[in-house]
Write a protein that binds this ligand. Structure first.
Ligand code: DG2
Length: 305
């Protein structure tokens, strides 16, 4: 078949993943381990492309959160491709075939489009809280319902007390503190011209709703333009689950059993001759994907997952 290949990836371990703290829209950075996972992911993709006589991904996507940007930048270093970062404020303005090129003309560069639509789901008032404490407060059933059910939604965050990362002059993290959020500034442009109301909490259904237009109108449309139709999407636990739900047609009920490990590439193949019908998906390191997905599921239940 005429195959479109999507490489999906959850960013490498973030500082808050490491601390077992709900992160959502908090802008946590990668740990050293997270960067190592990004390098390893790039090696796996390089190897896969070589074995299958494919070019490296021709375009990349990230969320507006630093952990996905650091992941893709680290990967580009391994690919020896210079990332051409571009924030997408209004996806309807992207001209397929011109802004991003129908084929990468300069083989040393790769366009990277960044959109809030690929952000992690907003984790509401759970953001910044330790998973074991939330589990204790809500009980096992409610905790898992809110984390994994399609309709599960945490209580809204108090917008005057969002957790913000503190930095020194060199831009290194010096910890986290609760204060007035700055995201209005960061996301202002995306919202000013549209009827978008920024969330103070989201269910997975709401993530699918905001992500799907970008997937259909940008990611899939642009991929069709490329010779080999391959792209790399670096998202989060919930944005990757949403992409899989749409692309694979996973039911509202079954999606609650899907967990995404950090930093292990997932290959998704779609049939270009058959309306982009889902063909198959597989991890490039299936064994560690299985072990680590299980660990993600159990976060909160064990002390040091
Ligand atoms: C995690 C997901 O998202 O947490 O927001 O803490 O991918 O940005 O690290 P990510 C978070 P769980 O839903 O797996 O508990």
């Amino acid at each position: 078949p005429n195959v479109m290949t999507l490489f999906l990836l959850r960013h490498g371990q973030s500082e808050l993943n490491h601390e077992n703290i709900f992160c959502g829209w908090i802008d946590a950075k990668l740990t050293e381990k997270g960067k190592e996972q990004a390098r390893h992911s790039a090696q796996l993709i390089k190897q896969y492309c070589k074995t299958n006589h494919l070019q490296l991904p021709q375009i990349g996507y990230t969320s507006r959160l630093i952990r996905t940007q650091q992941t893709i930048e680290t990967m580009c270093e391994e690919f020896k491709l210079e990332p051409q970062l571009q924030v997408v404020y209004n996806f309807k303005k992207i001209k397929v075939g011109s802004d991003c090129g129908s084929n990468r003309k300069d083989a040393t560069k790769i366009p990277i489009l960044q959109t809030w639509r690929l952000n992690e789901r907003h984790y509401g008032s759970w953001q910044g809280q330790r998973k074991p404490n939330v589990l204790k407060e809500y009980g096992k059933d409610k905790y898992m319902f809110i984390r994994r059910d399609y309709e599960g939604k945490p209580p809204p965050v108090d917008l005057t007390r969002e957790m913000i990362q503190q930095e020194n002059e060199k831009g290194s993290s010096t910890g986290y503190e609760f204060k007035e959020p700055n995201r209005q500034i960061k996301y202002e442009l995306e919202c000013s011209n549209h009827d978008i109301v920024l969330p103070d909490s989201e269910s997975l259904r709401e993530v699918v709703y905001r992500l799907n237009p970008f997937l259909q109108n940008v990611i899939l449309k642009l991929a069709k333009q490329y010779d080999e139709s391959s792209c790399l999407i670096v998202g989060h636990g919930s944005s990757v689950r949403s992409l899989l739900k749409i692309l694979e047609g996973i039911s509202d009920d079954d999606i609650k059993n899907v967990d995404i490990p950090n930093g292990i590439p997932l290959v998704v193949e779609l049939d270009k001759n058959n309306g982009l019908k889902f063909i198959r998906k597989f991890y490039l390191d299936p064994e560690s994907a299985k072990i680590n997905a299980e660990k993600v599921r159990n976060e909160g239940f064990v002390k040091n997952p």
